[in-house]
Design a protein around this ligand. Sequence first.
Ligand code: NCD
Length: 481
Amino acid sequence: MPFAGRDLVSITDFSNDEIEAVLDLADQMDTALKERRDIDLCKGKDMATLFYEPSTRTRGSFERAMHKLGGTVISFAEAKAMSSAAKGETIADTVRVLKSYADIIVIRHPWEGAAKVAADYSEVPVINAGDGSHEHPTQTLCDLYTLRKEKGKLKGLTVLLWGDLKYGRTVHSLIYALARFGAEVICAPLQGLDLPSAVLRRIGSEYNYVPERVKPDDTKSLTGDVDAFYIAPFRPYNLALWSDVDSGPCPEANVREALGRADAIYVTRVQAERRNTEGATEMADEYPIVDSAFLRRLRKKTLVMHPLPRVNELAYELDEYPTSVYFRQAAYGVPVRMALTALLLGASKIEFPDKGGSPEEEAAYATYHQAVGISCPNPNCVSNRESRYLAPRMHMLNRQVGEPLILRCAYCDHEIQPPYIASSEWHQGILKYKKYYSSDSFMVDRIRPQNLVMFGSEREARELGFMPGKRTARRRGGDTS
Ligand code: NCD
């Protein structure tokens, strides 16, 4: 598919070939920048940068990228306070206006799914520069560019993800990309800041990654206060190595060995600004510091990466190490974002063979579009924050008979297991057929997916005129309100 006119909301919007194509063009941009050659590919084009959250690197490098391409920038650096959002304007209306001032829109917003809404309502390409704790795909392009430049390849690397993996949006985009490129990923989250279950499930169901957890006690001596666990590609030898790790004879040796394989450690800060949500309290003081003593557990050649800004989690003594690449990683933001912008604006064209369905396309899920029932469980999802014009949009994950029914929000990727279901085909003119059932009863396999109606509680079902059916009682506990 050509790049021109497309959006980049999630890193999974691009195939591996497309990602490599962006990085190849970034190499050319980097050379041209170093040679101080004029690159006027985007002369006459305008970029709007709409930032509702603070930014130094992302906005700075997007704006510099556009200037270097010969284009101009309309900058809303404090969009929350200084754009019409302060007067209550919705994201949809703001982008509908901006699209007539700009040829491309770069948006950063504190709500998960905001970039998707912008893309849905804009006729010009929209780039997600970070939406809440959801994704940050252009940071991932910079991370992959750094890995490829420093390690010469993207396939088959071992990367240790460190810190706040729950709220760190850069990590979420990066782990999808690493999984796509077949990396071994080691996760070392601080206690309570594990990868969200939806991210874990997705890398399992779409990329066959099987997470194996190591008890924190077994890793303390190696990793301090982090709650280390492993995610390995679904390959027999990896399974054999990790599947029994909880009960195995020497998990510590496994952890030590895995740390010794790492090509890169990707350190993240505590996303303190997202702390108002559950689980993320009082953690800054306990946050383990990656310093020279810790690095001795890794290989000499292990790259130290960080999306920046750093707070206390990365010792300054590492700055002089040749393997510390975080400032280079930030500098690569300019050529990478030049390449992306030129491609989406159609100013650079790259032809490459379309190798067919991506894992995401193959996994294509049915959309739940009943007018009633379930809404996104994430209070920070744009569908809840801007519910005056956005209806919940959910994908029904593919399931085998007997597996739980799971919906994934199309905006923020949060998942929900709806406790109660009914069929929209209840009526047949007979009111007594208007019944609801437990979603873990066999009725879930009787009702055709396109007819499923789902409820968050029994009360909700009753309010909509449904009566309890024979199979309403839930087998595994659950809501009875
Ligand atoms: C990141 C972000 O905004 O998510 N910063 C960046 O864009 N380089 C990481 C962070 O803020 O911790």
